[in-house]
Design a protein around this ligand. Sequence first.
Ligand code: NDP
Length: 249
Amino acid sequence: MCQLLLEGKVALVTGGARGIGREIALLLASQGADIALCDVNLEQAEETAKEIRLSGRECLAFKADVTDLKSVQEMVDKILDKFKKLDILINNAGIAKDNLILRMSEEDWDKVIAVNLKGTFVCTKIASKVMLKQRSGRIINLASIIGIMGNAGQANYAASKAGIIALTKSVAKELASRGITVNAIAPGFIKTEMTARLPDDIQKKMLSGIPLGRFGEPKDVADLVLFLSSESSSYITGQVVQIDGGMLM
Ligand code: NDP
């Protein structure tokens, strides 16, 4: 029988209730990892957790807001109580609140920066303390090609994702000597509830700019996360890997 890629590993996926996070959690579990999920929507996180348990892996679901350091610390303490370690952190929780700069409210700026950028900082800070002691770990941050190229109507989102890229490179340099790799993934347009909200004409225009001629699926992103979580990627750190059908090159 072929060896599973993540046998015996423990992974925390933030925003794991639905969309890309859910797909990542299911795929990592299918490769042998036990999973902890956190989301602001506990009911939906429990649904995903149920599916993972049915597949034979252990899964804990938490209601935790990634911007709240205290609740993330409590969650990681509970993960350690149960699993005794934390090997993989996927900083996936993210939101968008789009508007042109003149119409963008201070509240929408603050909220997007808080969830996307501060949330990544909080979870990385707490998980890396555990990984430093273990002298091993994988941290994978969901950025976006918008954080590289910018986008009209998404100044807050683009700034948060550019910030995640800079955070990724800085932390990769800090943690490399302890066997911990830190990488970012920059997806293009992936079919989830986040992108379903975009008007049809915008979606059509975006599709015309994708050389591979289709939008991405959450599974496309999950496959890349699996590779970056596994031993096969042990010589890759501080990188931003685009997964966008060729949209930005
Ligand atoms: P979704 O909106 O479908 O899912 C995001 C999940 O994160 C939701 O379950 C959401 O909960 C949860 N969440 C939101 N805020 C918090 C918080 N403060 N604490 C914990 N969980 C939270 O998004 P996607 O699956 O599309 O995106 C996942 C990641 O990928 C995001 O970081 C996004 O920016 C990034 N990305 C997505 C792209 C795409 O095309 N879809 C492209 C590039 C990057 P709730 O139920 O409350 O919404």
